[in-house]
Design a protein around this ligand. Structure first.
Ligand code: SF4
Length: 689
């Protein structure tokens, strides 16, 4: 009947999981999700999706959804009206601001919420409270890559599109489990490798699917990939296989950089990294023969003490060999969450206003003051990684979290939980009762992407609209509405934003990087890749004629490695961690999708055949892994993906198996990103059946 037909709706949306940013149509009937239908119009993925994008939506109808504001009394939460919750929030925030000042607040934006929501949260922090203490998840993952790229070539994002990357004749991945973490991106790499003869070099300590497919698998000792890149770079220089013309015309600091490579001989590099000399020579030859090389990297690089240095080394290698500014070339740090790029682009960073503008720049501050009507704080704010310390020192009294499970994802989760229980007041906007929300004083029930409109930015700097497929679940509100209502209750002088497009208009007015971004230019499958000029011209491929640096020239920068930490000898095992294809990060969404939970219900730790022999381990045997900061209990899975004393624990594991119970306190020297990939432990065998 027509009645029934009219309830069936087709809506363009963008995947809510990884940073590839696949887009597709989703068919719904009221709240029921009928199917996901990819289309050739989708700019990044075309008709491809992975299991998460295709089947990962059922969480929106989970009985676990929060449907009423909750207020804590003692150990329990009570349902409250929105008005009651807002009044309490306003009262407490005002009192804390009066007593301790604006820098006693910290705001954490969601890397899953929209750009407009990230913008409003940082506006709440800076304009209403008056602090730069605002951050997002990127401190946990890709800030080192951003640092490396900003220092060398200028923009902290992928230097081209997935289509530019496909034109490479050599693709190198470093510390990226691409097939499981960025499945559709991996499909493109595999297709190029198989059908077009694109060469593939995979640098990873673990022999995952991509390593198995690679023409050359390069296996460094943990934490030494940066050293290897320098060794490789030196060999290229020595052979005369660098692009002298490109360097002369477009790059500064060449001689100093080349000089700094002197210690990294083939012998030294082999000794430090465990990578045979012949492998380094082979890869150098492949780079020499390639007309265009792209390098992809991810958390295996960035979540190390030397994450920033290694990212610099990668970008430097691309510069040395003239691999920027042409199709097939460039650096691609693959972003984890669907909108971790956008949360930073739209200003949820303690040292950046929207569009990476410097809050200490007077001209920038004047521009914001004109539109916002208040002074913008100058000082650099607190980041996520510093948060626990700042709370424990009594400097941060209030925490405002939008859609992040900080208590679970932060390294050294035990310490984080101690800190949270010392806060005077905490507000969480969430769709589920998470570990973090359990510490809140007020929880505000939010609506996920299918229930609202907005935009996301994917790993290609591509801004994409998503449309409302269904009404917000009864009792919930979109974050951009909640944030406005909180601001109103705090007496803020904000315009009334009736639609996210009006928020975007304000961003465009304030932000040169996004000057030409407008909703009507993003209709349907139309997208814009920043920077976007005022006339709407966007920039899929960066650095064609100039780098985004003073004078238009890239900058080669020498590095200083600190090396992995030296823990006591009893911690004789190295624990790597990463994604499983079927689950996403901490699993708050994917564990609520029945089909997906059944595919991979259990946590496990991968151990090598050698270690199994040495310790007499069997599949399924329970072990405890004890690190300097905590322990996890997990069953063993024997595999040849890992070797020797290197173990692999998926980051999606839950409860007693959660990886962050054992990760340490090491951080990247430049960005404070936790060195998650550096965990060491010893093993106790719990059952010996
Ligand atoms: Fe979603 Fe990433 Fe899978 Fe694409 S590859 S469908 S964006 S999880």
């Amino acid at each position: 009947s027509t009645m029934r037909q009219s309830r069936i709706k087709r809506t363009k949306t963008v995947c809510t999981y990884c940073g590839v940013g696949c887009s597709f149509d989703i068919w719904t009937k009221d709240r029921q999700i009928l199917k996901v239908e990819p289309t050739y119009e989708a700019p990044t993925n075309g008709i491809s999706t992975c299991v998460k994008g295709k089947f990962g939506w059922e969480f929106v109808n989970s009985p676990d959804r929060l449907t009423s504001p909750l207020i804590r009394r003692g150990d329990k939460f009570y349902e409250a009206s929105w008005e009651e919750a807002y009044q309490l929030i306003a009262e407490k925030m005002t009192a804390i601001k009066q007593q301790y000042g604006p820098d006693a607040f910290m705001f954490i934006a969601s890397s899953k919420a929209s750009n407009e929501e990230a913008y409003l949260l940082q506006k709440l922090a800076r304009n209403v409270i008056g602090t730069n203490n605002v951050d997002n998840d990127s401190t946990y993952c890709q800030d080192p890559a951003t640092y490396g790229l900003r220092t060398t070539v200028g923009y902290g994002g992928d230097s081209g599109s997935i289509h530019d990357m496909e034109k490479a004749d050599l693709i190198m991945t470093i510390g990226s489990n691409t097939a499981e973490s960025h499945p559709v991106w991996a499909t493109r790499v595999k297709r190029a490798h198989k059908l077009k003869g694109t060469k593939l070099v995979v640098v990873d300590i673990r022999k995952h699917e991509m390593a198995e497919r690679a023409d050359v698998w390069v296996k460094p000792k943990p934490g030494t990939d940066g050293i290897w890149i320098l060794g490789l770079s030196k060999y290229l220089v020595d052979q005369g296989w660098i692009d002298r013309k490109f360097l002369t015309e477009r790059v500064d600091g060449v001689d100093d950089y080349i000089e700094s490579l002197a210690p990294y001989t083939l012998e030294y590099t082999a000794q430090m990294t465990g990578i045979p000399k012949e492998t380094t020579v082979k890869v150098a030859e492949m780079i020499h023969e390639a007309h265009a090389m792209s390098i992809l990297w991810a958390m295996g690089v960035t979540q190390q003490r030397d994450g920033s240095e290694t990212s610099l080394a990668i970008s430097n290698l691309l510069l040395l060999t003239g691999n920027f500014g042409r199709p097939g070339t460039g650096g691609y740090p693959l972003r984890g969450h669907n909108n971790v790029q956008g949360a930073s682009d739209f200003g949820a960073k303690p040292h950046f206003l929207p569009g990476y503008q410097d809050p200490s720049d007077d001209e920038v501050r004047a521009r914001f003051k004109k539109v916002w009507g208040t002074e913008i704080p100058k000082n650099m704010g607190v980041n996520n990684q510093e948060l626990t310390g700042e709370i424990l020192k009594g400097r941060i009294k209030m925490l405002y979290v939008v859609g992040e499970d900080t208590a679970l994802v932060d390294a050294d989760a035990n310490q984080v939980r101690d800190a949270f229980s010392q806060l005077e007041f905490m507000v969480v906007q969430e769709i589920f009762m998470t570990k973090t929300a359990q510490y809140a004083d007020v929880i505000l029930p939010a609506s996920p992407s299918l229930e609202k409109e907005g935009t996301f930015v994917n790993t290609e700097r591509r801004i994409q609209r998503f449309y409302q497929a269904m009404e917000p679940l009864k009792g919930t509100k979109p974050d951009w509405i909640i944030l406005q209502e909180v601001a109103q209750h705090l007496g803020a002088n904000w315009p009334v934003y009736r639609h996210p497009s009006e928020i975007m208009d304000e961003v465009a007015q304030l932000t040169p990087l996004l000057a030409g971004v407008r909703y009507d230019r993003l209709e349907g499958y139309h997208t814009l890749q920043w920077p976007v000029a005022p006339d709407g011209t966007d920039s899929p491929l960066l650095y064609i004629d100039r780098f985004h640096k003073p004078g238009g020239k890239a900058q080669l920068t020498p590095m200083s490695f600190v090396g992995p930490s030296q823990e006591a000898e009893k911690f004789d095992l190295h624990i790597n961690n990463g994604q499983l294809l079927e689950h996403f990060h901490e699993g708050n969404m994917t564990y609520r999708v029945r089909g997906i939970e059944h595919l991979v219900p259990e946590v496990f730790v991968e151990v090598s055949k050698e270690l199994a022999m040495e310790r007499n381990l069997k599949d399924g045997m329970m072990v405890r892994l004890v690190s300097p900061t905590g322990s996890v209990k997990v069953p063993v899975l024997i595999t040849d993906r890992v070797s020797g004393h290197e173990l692999y624990l998926p980051m999606n594991s839950r409860g007693e198996g959660a990886i962050n119970n054992i990760t340490g306190t090491g951080i990247d020297t430049r960005t404070d990103t936790p060195a998650y990939k550096e965990t060491v432990a010893y093993m106790e065998i719990l059952d010996e059946e």
